[in-house]
Ligand binder design. Structure first.
Ligand SMILES: NC(=O)c1ccc[n+]([C@@H]2O[C@H](COP(=O)([O-])OP(=O)(O)OC[C@H]3O[C@@H](n4cnc5c(N)ncnc54)[C@H](O)[C@@H]3O)[C@@H](O)[C@H]2O)c1
Length: 441
């Protein structure tokens, strides 16, 4: 089978490469000429573990191609996935212009039956808009070509995207035609053979499932951060509380780690978009509004601790930051808490030196030259007054505490991810602060 993936970003590139990996002929399309030129030379635009070698292997086998021409990709193509961005518009709703543009381009160029599958995260009702846009273009051409639409939201996690795609917890497909169901079943067969379930449902439910999943995960994070802040006030230890509740199988121990707020390209925008969808239907999603509010405040928690430690005066303090990406194993800086922390530190008159294993180049698009980028995690500490652990990259988990102590002007660590042990840090002579534990006692 020959398929097309439109949009060659985090989702499109991983999707296309994984389909190629199981033997399907894939053409990836993007409007970004430079990106396609690079991909054709085997240069990968993002950091995603394992992706580069898989792309190279499938290009070599002739199963994976890249082009800027959707018309060319549509030749003999039966199934087209849309994996373009759906960024938040001014009012928080998902901006659907890229998804609709793809539908229009399909209507302008398709010659035979096409199943157009939306993989981008889109609000309820989008499939109808896609149908209408595509049909309008067919009408303009005066042709009658059959097509189906389907919704196939993507649940991959950046940093583990390939594994998530190859061995999915579940595949959700919303559709309303037998032909579409058969196509989707056969396309996903290689991924479901080992028992990974494919769940078919109506299109509206599939569109809603993606938002409900991200909203639930964001809720877990904000809930734990809220409880962590309370723990700190009442003298409880959030790490203990987490273990205590996580061992309850109804709660589970995943996604209940306190921290400095969720970021990334999905949770912030999807929570906003779902709140907006509810408003469009005159319904108030009260829980999610609180989730957003807690998250916004949580991004300042580490900064507030620093400000408090220095009695409100950060002028000319030099602050070392470990980690810039919104989470480990990705270079994605979209909505990263580090951006808020850096901005606040700079506004307060501090100087920032940061180190991240892969996201420093990407970070320049967000922070420019307002901070110093260090070559190494320990270089970032030279002449710094304190260290802020912002992203829990594996290499930050067991650092040499003696070197940290030697390089910092004074041994002070603010840990935004609770990866260090309070007792050990104190034993080593550090002033140590983390989330959800009053370490001053
Ligand atoms: N990033 C994630 O972890 C993740 C996970 C699940 C779902 N999603 C959803 O998947 C979608 C894509 O996200 P992403 O992170 O891959 O975005 P991205 O910004 O990395 O990639 C989108 C790509 O689409 C291209 N594009 C835009 N309009 C186009 C057009 N008309 N024709 C061809 N290409 C076009 C852009 O140039 C860009 O390369 C979003 O809706 C997102 O919410 C993302």
């Amino acid at each position: 089978m020959k398929i097309t993936i439109v949009g060659s970003g985090y989702v499109g590139l991983v999707t296309g490469t994984c389909f190629a990996e199981v033997g399907i002929e894939v053409t990836c399309v993007d409007i970004d000429k430079k990106k396609i030129e690079n991909l054709n030379q085997g240069i990968i635009p993002i950091f995603e573990p394992g992706l580069e070698e898989m792309v190279h292997r499938n290009i070599k086998k002739g199963r994976l191609k890249f082009t800027t021409s959707l018309a060319e990709a549509l030749e003999d193509c039966e199934v087209l996935f849309t994996a373009v961005g759906t960024p938040p518009g001014k009012d928080g709703s998902a901006d659907l212009q890229y998804v609709i543009n793809v539908a229009r381009e399909c209507g302008k160029n398709m010659k035979d039956y096409l199943l157009i599958v939306t993989k981008s995260t889109v609000p309820v009702g989008t499939a109808e808009k896609v149908k209408m846009a595509l049909q309008e273009e067919l009408n303009k051409r005066g042709v009658d070509i059959p097509f189906d639409v389907a919704s196939n939201p993507e649940f991959l996690k950046e940093g583990a995207a390939i594994d998530d795609f190859l061995k999915p917890d579940r595949i959700v497909v919303g559709l309303d035609s037998q032909r579409a169901e058969e196509l989707m079943k056969s396309l996903y067969k290689p991924f479901t053979l080992n028992g990974h379930p494919i769940i078919f449902m109506d299109i509206t439910s599939a569109e809603m499932t993606k938002y409900a999943a991200n909203a639930m995960l964001a809720t877990k994070i904000s809930f734990m951060n809220d409880i962590a802040n309370l723990c700190e006030i009442v003298g409880a230890d959030i790490n203990m509380v987490r273990k205590g509740i996580g061992s309850d199988s109804r709660i589970g121990n995943k996604f209940i780690y306190p921290g400095i707020g969720y970021g990334g390209s999905c949770f912030p925008k999807d929570v906003k978009a779902l709140i907006r969808t509810a408003e469009d239907f005159n319904y108030k999603l009260r829980v999610l509004r609180a989730v957003e509010e807690v998250n916004l405040d949580q991004k300042s928690v580490l900064f507030n601790k620093v400000l408090n430690y220095y009695n409100g005066d950060l002028k000319d303090k030099v602050i070392a930051l470990w980690g810039l990406s919104f989470k480990p194993q990705t270079d994605d800086m979209r909505e990263a808490p580090s951006i808020v922390i850096v901005q606040k530190l700079l506004e307060a008159g501090a100087k920032v030196t940061a180190y991240d294993p892969v996201a420093m180049k990407e970070a320049t698009h967000y922070l420019g030259e307002t901070i110093t980028y260090a070559d190494d995690q320990y270089d970032a500490l030279i002449d710094a007054d304190c260290l802020l652990l912002v992203t829990e990259w594996p290499e930050f988990k067991f650092p040499n505490l003696k070197i940290i102590k030697k390089l910092l002007n004074k041994p002070v660590v603010f840990d935004g991810r609770n990866i260090y042990e309070t007792a050990e840090m104190k034993r080593q002579g550090f002033d140590y602060f983390c989330i959800g534990i009053d370490t001053t006692k």
